[in-house]
Design a protein around this ligand. Structure first.
Ligand code: GLA
Length: 364
């Protein structure tokens, strides 16, 4: 028996760094996915190779955090987290292929975790609901790989739906499909890859998370979500001005997610674009996770006719997304690479993106 399982990357439309503050986010799943093929062999190791990496990783089923590093850690982490949760895992030969761009802020690691988890549980005859799958994959990333990320990427990969965005309430872990089909209104969702890799397990992400936790503590609540409705004036109680600034991004960003959903429901892409711009400004000025290169791309998109543009993902590089009327596409496609090159940056790549289905088995 061979099991093949695929899981997509994602674009977060809006709601950045809100997930670990138990707020709102609105991602879509992408057509691009990680595909894992598993041939169970009854042994007590998983031997895994990847089309994108040299060599193979040999992972004992009894693996523990710290033992496997590099790309193999994502696979080992899922094996470990599944067993920690009390689920059976069998050995076998595993192969990975992927067309999700790595290091672009499109959640290639969550896609890998979810595809590995799907293959292992299918082979073992175990059925888990999507929230439990997401939590196990997140635990693999947090505790085995060592990146203190939230739950959005895994939920997006698992819940993806064609022509729909996924409104997540990260406190109740409720995911609601929201129709998202800009093409039907003559608007394109553009995905612009700066080709400057973002740093994921890096210190800046953890530092932002720490600042948010400190701000929550100064407000006397467990998470910033608990103070969401207090108004921005409440932040005067946060003595550390940087922590207060980070919290302001979270409060305003949560509000923008809900306003963005309302704009989609009203088919108002001008308002949706304005919310993209406001989100980008907040990430640039309050959360300070953009870069000059990313700011330049977002500004150039708007200058060339986009309704709005913002960085998507964890930050410090990666991708910008823009909502662009079809008649502005030619101008945007030509002006962004020109502006980036003129400023001495790599030439970005631009593609039109669409919401796609979530993770699932691939018929053999
Ligand atoms: C990364 C993390 C997510 C989320 C985003 C920022 O993608 O994996 O959990 O925090 O950054 O919104």
């Amino acid at each position: 028996m061979t099991v093949t399982y695929a899981a997509p990357g994602r674009i977060n439309l809006i709601g950045e760094h809100t997930d670990y503050n138990l707020g709102f986010a609105l991602p879509i799943a992408l057509p691009e996915r990680v595909v894992v093929t598993l041939r169970p062999d009854g042994s007590d190791t998983v031997v895994v190779d990847s089309a994108d990496e040299p060599g193979e990783a040999v992972i004992p089923l009894t693996t523990a955090p710290g033992e496997v590093t590099g790309w193999g850690a994502y696979v080992a982490g899922v094996i470990w987290a599944l067993r920690e949760a009390g689920h059976p895992v069998g050995g076998g030969q595993m192969s990975i292929t992927s067309d999700v761009a790595m290091g672009s802020g499109l959640a290639s690691s969550a896609a890998l975790e979810c595809a590995v988890l799907g293959a292992l549980t299918t082979a073992a005859g175990v059925t888990l609901d999507k929230v439990e799958q997401a939590r196990i994959a997140q635990r693999a990333e947090n505790e085995y790989v060592g990146a203190p990320t939230g739950l959005m990427d895994q939920l997006a990969s698992l819940y993806g739906a064609e022509r729909h965005a996924l409104l997540m309430d990260c406190r109740s872990v409720d995911v609601r499909e929201v129709p998202f089909d800009p093409d039907a209104s003559g608007v394109a969702l553009l995905l612009i890859d700066s080709r400057a890799p973002h740093r994921h397990a890096g210190g800046e992400y953890a530092a932002r998370r720490r600042s948010c936790e400190q701000a929550a503590a100064a407000l006397g609540v467990d998470t910033l979500r608990d103070a969401q409705d207090w108004g921005l004036g409440a932040l005067d109680k946060v003595a550390d001005r940087v922590d207060a600034q980070r919290a302001r991004h979270i409060f305003t960003e949560n509000r923008r997610v809900l306003n963005f959903v309302a704009a989609l429901e009203a088919n108002d892409y001008h308002e949706a674009g304005a919310l993209f711009n406001a989100s980008h400004a907040s990430m640039r000025d309050d959360f300070e996770i953009t870069t000059q290169q990313i700011d330049l791309i977002a500004e150039s998109a708007v200058a060339a006719g986009a309704l709005g543009a913002r960085m998507t993902g964890g930050g410090f590089g990666g991708c910008v997304i823009a909502l662009a009327p079809e008649d502005s596409l030619d101008a945007i496609m030509s002006s962004i690479p020109t502006a980036a090159r003129a400023a001495g940056f790599d030439k970005p790549t631009l593609i039109r993106a669409r919401a796609a289905a979530g993770a699932g088995p691939v018929p053999n």
